[in-house]
Design a protein around this ligand. Sequence first.
Ligand SMILES: Cc1ncc(COP(=O)(O)O)c(C=O)c1O
Length: 384
Amino acid sequence: MKYPMFKVHIDTAGALEQIEPVLNSGFVNEGEQVTELTNYFSEYFQHNRVMALNSCTSALTLALKLCDVMPDDEIIATSMTCVASNTPIHTFGAKVIWADINHKTGNIEPDNIEKLITPKTKALLCVNWSGLPCDLEKIYNICEENNIKFIQDAAHSMGATYKGKQSHHFAHYTCYSLQAIKHITTGDGGLLVVNTNDDDFQRAKALKWFGIDRDSTKDEKGEWKGQRWEMDVVEAGFKFHMNNITAAIGLSQIPHMGEIIDTHRRNGLLYEELFSDERFVNGLSYPKDSSPTFWVYTAILSEHLDRDKILQELNDEGINAGVVHVPNHYYTCFKESFTDLPETDYFSKHQISLPCGWWLDEKDIRVIANSLLQKCEENSNIRK
Ligand SMILES: Cc1ncc(COP(=O)(O)O)c(C=O)c1O
């Protein structure tokens, strides 16, 4: 495809430079490079409780564990996402309670939340669709008032801000993805921001590696001080830590991160401008005081248009437009949670997602936008 939806940004020379010392050192497990990458993100996020993990799915699982989710508990979540947002809920034997979105935002509608809260509700899990922040403060306040935790799946929204701050300041736990096709990649990887308290963070540090805090095996200088297997494992954990090879790839991304995120944002804002007066294509809305990072650019097409035909025509022209994710509430594994979600269905039927990433410049965005508008016009005439 001439205009792919996703492209992996790898600085091969930079990555090899970072990886070589790791391989030569013979220490490829979690160590210096993971610490360096974690410190970088702590600084970037302006938050001192950041943890590097092997995926966002692991971060979501760990966040749910920190909420003490048990079988038969309920987690309120969105169906309009990657299934990876919701499978961790299933892992705990908890029940997903679907909150409908607003089709104009692609995100959970805060007004739909409160009626779903029961004594069994442990947490709410939201996704910032395509990099557009949810109404985070409203959702956070609802969670606080009802004594439930707010988990933010920010896999699409690295770098997005809300009310002038990075979005994780408005949730108890925020999970980022460093998977192959995200803004920033380490091949596979994830980050968890623990915005609750130090005890929670210490617990997460142990849970990410079977139940043992790797830092507690080091002295003040970071040197290994003794046999860790003699330590007690109080709470059984997971194997979710990041390793030095993965972190080395992440370190090679850092010099490019600002430009990558800025280009996604610039491209998204240009689409917004180009579609602002159009009758067939409506961009999504998001809180006024937020700044999205447009992982992809999603718009809603007019109801009378044949979205799938238009998608096919764009694909035939080398424009890799698509739908990115399909609603999760139709999956068999979630059949016990099934409920009607009219806004999710509407969004799913009429949304179109366009390539928006760092590999596209202003000219490319104009070509894609014009092509879409032309296809809408033609399709509209056929249907008259
Ligand atoms: C919204 C969303 N959440 C979670 C994930 C899972 O991320 P990871 O592959 O890093 O586990 C993805 C994509 O992969 C995603 O798109």
